[in-house]
Design a protein around this ligand. Structure first.
Ligand code: BF8
Length: 676
């Protein structure tokens, strides 16, 4: 009844109810503020704009001009043969599979084109064409080189010597660039996966040949009148998704680490309360960190801080939204001002002197909101411009990156004095420890002396840690902001499941204060709490942006390699989750996790529900091919419980389902378990 009343009130008012829109008080406050000022936000638009029920179920085909053909499920479900078909005869399975893999193409393209941009900058570094970027982490370069087939040593007169670093960098850059378009072979990084997984990909015939080709082939196969077999369509979807996770995204992560530094744990804060009334506030938003890295440096320079002081500001406060935020958080401790859904709200504070956007997850409505304030909205990427005339475009170029960054920071400083009286910054912000990655987990769990994943494996085997949950992904204005993210994560850690997070889930967890070691004593089950307290880590480890989901793949591989928990990722007591997803990138990530052997649960809904046979293929049969499968569970507690049930199933299969005394396992013990 209360729900009906609320819906009715919303309908009459045509604006969102702030408390129903978000669990976060800062967001609620700013949403109220927006409504007072008569500025519409994504939540208000979600009240007035109804979703298309047929599109939601994935059974609308608009791939030719005889359509759109809409194939709704008959009322009361399908009895007997499913006779639905489009004008050309396309079945619901074909249509849903085409739509699904087109989403994979979109997601894989976004991640991988980001990776390509990074590789291009790295090529400029290797060719010494830019002064602004350098190799910051040569160790990471040496670590990634062999995976691209680049030698790091050379034989001279029968002696093995280290190769010149510049030479290695150039070859790595060229090899990396070739991954997008080489004519023969397969992606080099596929062999980083555990061998049994690689062999599954060989058997299924899904090894990506090069990144671009797999995405193009999706567009060809889903053109009118081409691939008409949902199994064959999803096979291509898998190829493109693997080209993302084990290709474009992984290369983006590696090369960003080489140029900008590999993240190590650091302290920061999160939420809109990081903005400061007496400072120049610059918010960077989007995904590619190449420009924001320079903005971080420019904003920290004495020259710019002194200049800000001449305008009456006490300093410069940099903050972020979305995954650009995660990138500069992980490496520099710059605090995120919020998740994807809070982007308009950062401007509505009235204290945002410049918002600098690059690519992906950027609302076009930002320009309309910026018009109501003094905020300079600056686009920076040639492929992502806005039509509104209040938007400035400063095109970033790696050859004069620092000049571009200084120009942008100066523009923000000059704008500080133009602020109106309408500043309102919520006070909420939470402390967080972020900056985890494959390397730092290894270090944290064993120190420099015996740094390895053995300690993690031992604690999983002895049952203190029940399993691993990867919880990632977006917010979605069709669900209550952050509610499912936080409920899923809390339910997992309560049940001793350690959580690896990326993307907007990472920001949501930070806002909720879940990214501190102290959280362990409050929310975790006794086993996980004990491990976190002993080692000094939070129970939720922030691994970075969405391209950094590749870090989760590699961490899982390290767990397999450390022994005792099976021979493949699909053997691990682990599960993946995206409770509030919305983006095509999430579908690509979901598919590469499934194809890497992970049981992957989505919330919200999946656009396959109108094609039950195709859905069943994703939700059940894919497990026979890769060991991983999709699932959809909307209720967050049931969602987490489904992950826990899967983790328990895997523990049982490994013979570690009985509570065990903590014993330090040696290699012989682990081998015994493996052969059990
Ligand atoms: O790439 S989690 S809303 S910001 S798509 Fe976008 Fe989703 Fe956030 Fe990062 Ni990922």
């Amino acid at each position: 009844m209360a729900e009906v009343k609320k819906a009715k009130a919303e309908k009459e008012a045509k604006v969102a109810d702030p408390v129903a829109a978000s669990i976060d008080p800062a967001t609620q406050q700013m949403l109220r503020r927006a409504q007072e000022l008569g500025i519409d936000t994504v939540w208000d638009r979600a009240v007035t704009m109804k979703q298309c029920n047929i599109g939601l179920q994935g059974i609308c085909c608009k791939n030719c001009a005889m359509g759109p053909c809409r194939l709704p499920l008959p009322k009361g479900g399908i009895e007997g043969e499913d006779t639905r078909k489009g004008l050309c005869g396309a079945t619901p399975n074909t249509i849903a599979a085409r739509n699904f893999i087109r989403m994979i193409a979109g997601g894989a393209a976004a991640h991988s084109d980001h990776g390509r941009s990074v590789a291009e900058v790295f090529l400029s570094v290797a060719r010494k064409e830019t002064e602004d970027y350098k190799i910051k982490d040569p160790q990471k370069l040496m670590a990634m080189a062999p995976h691209l087939g680049v030698e790091t040593t050379v034989e001279v007169d029968g002696e093995t010597k280290d190769r010149d670093l510049d030479e290695i960098a150039l070859e790595v850059a060229e090899k990396a660039m070739a991954e997008w378009g080489k004519p023969d072979g397969e992606l080099e990084y596929l062999k980083r996966a555990p061998k049994p997984l690689y062999e599954k990909w060989v058997k299924a015939g899904v090894r990506p040949r090069n990144i671009d080709r797999e995405i193009v082939e999706i567009m060809h196969r889903t053109h009118m009148g081409v691939d008409q077999d949902y199994k064959n369509l999803i096979k291509q979807g898998t190829r493109a998704a693997l080209a993302d996770g084990w290709g474009g995204s992984m290369l983006a992560t590696d090369l960003q680490d080489v140029m900008f530094g590999t993240p190590y744990p650091l302290q920061s804060e999160a939420n809109l309360g990081i903005m400061k009334e007496d400072h120049v506030n610059i918010i960077v938003h989007g995904h590619e960190p190449v420009l924001s890295e320079m903005i971080v440096a420019a904003a920290a320079s004495k020259e710019m801080i002194d200049y800000a002081k001449t305008k009456g500001a006490k300093g410069i406060q940099l903050g972020g939204i979305c995954c650009t935020a995660n990138e500069i958080l992980q490496r520099h401790g710059v605090p995120p001002a919020g998740t994807f859904l809070q982007q308009e709200l950062a401007i509505i504070t009235g204290a945002c002197d410049a918002m600098v956007v690059d690519v992906q997850c950027v609302f076009q409505n930002l320009a309309n909101v910026a018009k109501c304030f003094h905020t300079k909205l600056i686009t920076t990427h040639p492929i992502a411009r806005m039509e509104q005339n209040n938007v400035e475009h400063i095109e970033f170029d790696e050859h004069h990156a620092m000049d571009d960054a200084k120009r942008i920071v100066k523009m923000a400083i000059d704008n500080f004095t133009n602020r109106g009286a309408e500043v309102m910054i919520p006070r909420q912000k939470a402390t967080q420890i972020a900056g985890f990655g494959v390397e730092s987990i290894q270090y944290h769990l064993g120190g420099t002396f015996r740094g390895n994943y053995f300690t993690l494996n031992d604690n999983i085997i002895n049952g203190r840690i029940r399993g691993i949950g990867g919880v990632v992904g977006c917010n979605n204005a069709r669900t209550r902001h952050n509610e499912a993210h936080i409920a899923v994560v809390k339910e997992l850690i309560k049940n001793d499941v350690i959580v690896l997070t990326t993307g907007c889930n990472g920001i949501a967890c930070a806002m909720e204060g879940l990214l501190t070691p102290e959280t362990a004593g409050v929310y975790c089950g006794p086993g996980l709490a004990e491990v976190c307290e002993t080692v000094g880590i939070p129970p939720v480890l922030h691994m970075g942006s969405c391209v950094d989901n590749s870090r989760i793949l590699l961490a899982a591989t390290e767990v397999v390699n450390a022994g005792g928990l099976g021979k493949d990722i699909s053997d691990l007591p682990a599960a993946g989750s995206a409770p509030e997803w919305m983006s095509e990138k999430a579908i690509s990530i979901g598919q590469y996790f499934v194809a890497s052997g992970v049981y992957t649960v989505f919330g919200v809904g999946l656009p396959v529900q109108g094609a039950p046979v195709f859905q069943d293929y994703l939700f059940n049969e894919l497990e026979n091919v890769y060991g991983g499968k999709w699932d959809l569970v909307v209720d967050p507690i049931e969602h987490a419980q489904a992950m826990i049930a899967h983790i328990d199933k895997k523990r049982k299969a490994l013979g570690i389902d009985k509570a065990r005394e903590r014993v330090l396992m040696d290699m012989a013990d682990r081998m015994k378990l493996e052969s059990a």
